[in-house]
Ligand binder design. Structure first.
Ligand code: DX5
Ligand code: ZN
Length: 219
């Protein structure tokens, strides 16, 4: 089953609660929440109080993507604020295995992400601790960028390794995902498609989500 996780970064922030309810009605599976600290990435978005505030708006799982340094300092607070999936960056911490275990001990789904230039093999030893891995398909920091083609090879490699290790880890892709490349990502092994612009900027969000979820590779 392919899941679609619309990234709130492309939503109307003046009406965030309504925007979340709208994508819930349109058939979204998760809500993707991009937390940026201006240090790990050259942009600042929103943090714990905003997530706590919008938690009341919908029951959809919150898929929180932490683009912050020292994520281990804040995992508990994001868990308390209502995160269901907590993704941090491999490049941002010295003890990814410890943090994955800690997130699971908090009763949350644990996930780790890599930037486009980080070798995918760095994730292999962590897979048994991961409920999900997030393969960045753009440089993190901004919505609305074009997908970097070589990242699709990493999706293929990690999904083969997940099968080889007999893990249940989901593969999420994030950045520049739209109906025109979803089929290729799905056939490479993506299970969760993050899409900001492709969903929030669409005239018909239900159709946009459905187009992503039901994409089939043309041969
Ligand atoms: C980028 C974020 C993405 C971004 C995706 O750093 O992690 O989640 O919002 O936006 P689109 O789908 O517009 O590329
Ligand atoms: Zn993201």
């Amino acid at each position: 089953m392919i899941r679609v996780s619309p990234s709130v970064l492309a939503a109307d922030f003046a009406a965030l609660g309504n925007e979340l309810q709208d994508i819930a009605r349109a058939g979204a599976d998760f809500v993707h929440l991009d937390v940026m600290d201006g240090v790990f990435v050259p942009n600042i978005s929103f943090g714990i109080p905003v997530i706590r505030g919008i938690r009341k708006a919908v029951t959809l799982p919150f898929d929180v993507h932490l683009m912050i340094v020292e994520p281990e300092r804040y995992a508990d607070q994001f868990a308390q604020a209502g995160a269901d999936y907590i993704t941090f960056h491999l490049e941002a911490t010295s003890d990814p295995a410890g943090l994955l275990s800690h997130i699971r001990a908090l009763g949350k789904y644990a996930s780790v992400s890599i930037k486009p230039d980080t070798p995918v093999e760095t994730l292999f030893p962590l897979l048994p601790l991961c409920d999900m891995v997030l393969i960045m398909t753009v440089e993190p920091g901004f919505g609305g960028q074009a997908l970097i083609p070589h990242t699709i090879d990493k999706v293929r490699i990690i999904s083969q390794e997940i099968k080889r290790q007999k893990c249940k880890t989901l593969v999420e892709v994030d950045g520049g995902v739209y109906a025109g490349n979803a089929a290729e990502l799905i056939s490479a092994g993506a299970d969760v498609l993050v899409a900001g612009s492709a969903v929030f900027k669409a005239d018909d969000r239900r159709a946009a989500i459905e187009a992503l979820r039901s994409s089939i590779q043309k041969s």
